[in-house]
Write a protein that binds this ligand. Structure first.
Ligand SMILES: [Zn+2]
Ligand SMILES: [Zn+2]
Length: 336
């Protein structure tokens, strides 16, 4: 029997271990993907640390997948072998639940998540429901495309649904894996783009990524600096510190929105400040496969790229440690 390498988490808080498994066959409505690259996302810690109660182990993490269709199951008309594709966090939808019937596929009651409710992309091959799969443009390499399947789509889709118009002031808070993409997208979408991060040393990078203004939140009060510029129509909060998010909310313009995509456990808000200016705080789910296609196409056309550190699959454990260290610049990607 033909086998493949997978990197699995054997149990909650267990090590990432590389093992051989039989290459699986796609069932009805599914495709098999030969994985070429898979990004390592901070959310992979959900599997590694056992943060979802009903996750079954062993589990193969990975929801930033770029590869090639290798085989299609019964009833899959929209994909064929040899096509380049990607799979992200959204693991497919049923099409018949009430959320799907209203077009909110992201909220499907089946709650399928790539690399969490089913095995993901830390592997030579993986199976995905066709509804989770995005077509990929020819002019993006697998390593370039992989981080766009979670970090990319999350920032791109949040910004394009934020209500901001070209020339509106949009601040991107944080300049890490999400933020370094968010600044590029905001600039390419025509927003007056302000980057907020800690330390003056990040100013040249922020400008290089397309920010018109850089605010060093260690040396300056970011809320006051934003207000000097007229206030932000949108602040895209990519940081994972609720305290840091609280410190920027005062920079929202009247009717401005703090758009939260960093998974901080809690934050303090000022109800008086919100209500006095009809301001809001809102979260954003990453998106579905068609949103991924839009993200990939926009990135390919406009030159938005993730900066990556690349590791071979066999060094996945080391690569994961690099991601959790917070020192990676800026995404860590496994290449098969
Ligand atoms: Zn992710
Ligand atoms: Zn559904």
């Amino acid at each position: 029997m033909a086998t493949m390498r997978v990197v699995q988490v054997p149990r909650p808080k267990g090590p990432l271990e590389i093992v051989e498994r039989p290459i699986p066959e796609p069932g009805p409505g599914e495709v098999r993907i030969r994985v070429q690259a898979c990004g390592i996302c901070h959310s992979d810690s959900i599997v590694k640390d056992g943060l979802f109660p009903n996750t079954q182990y062993p589990r193969v993490p990975g929801h930033e997948v770029a590869g090639v269709i290798d085989a299609v199951g019964a009833g899959v008309a929209q994909f064929s072998a040899g096509q380049r594709v990607g799979v992200g966090w959204h693991g497919g939808y049923c099409g018949v639940c009430d959320f799907c019937r209203r077009g909110d596929f992201f909220a499907c009651v089946t709650g399928q998540v790539t690399g969490i409710t089913r095995d993901g992309g830390y592997a030579d091959y993986m199976i995905a429901p066709a509804s989770a799969v995005a077509h990929m443009p020819e002019d993006l390499s697998p390593v370039e495309a992989a981080p766009l399947m979670c970090a990319g789509i999350t920032t791109f889709n949040a910004l394009r649904n934020s209500g901001a118009q070209p020339s509106d002031l949009v601040a991107v808070h944080g300049l890490g894996g999400l933020g370094h993409l968010g600044v590029q997208y905001a600039a390419k979408m025509g927003f007056y783009t302000v980057a907020i991060a800690r330390g003056q040393d990040k100013a040249p990078l922020a400008k290089q990524l397309g920010a018109s203004v850089y605010i060093d939140s260690q040396a300056q009060d970011p809320a006051a600096e934003l207000m000097k510029l007229g206030g932000a129509k949108v602040i895209l909060a990519t940081v994972t510190s609720g305290e840091a998010m609280s410190a920027v909310q005062g920079g929202l313009a009247v009717k401005g929105t703090l758009l939260v995509i960093g998974a901080a456990p809690s934050m303090q808000v000022s109800p008086l400040f919100l209500l006095s200016g009809s301001r809001s705080i809102k979260g954003w789910y990453s998106g579905t496969s068609i949103d991924s296609e839009d993200t990939l196409a926009f990135s390919a056309r406009t030159g938005v790229r993730s900066m990556n550190e690349v590791y071979p699959l066999a060094r996945a454990a080391e690569a994961y440690e690099r991601m959790t260290s917070g020192k990676a610049r800026f995404r860590v990607v496994l290449e098969m």
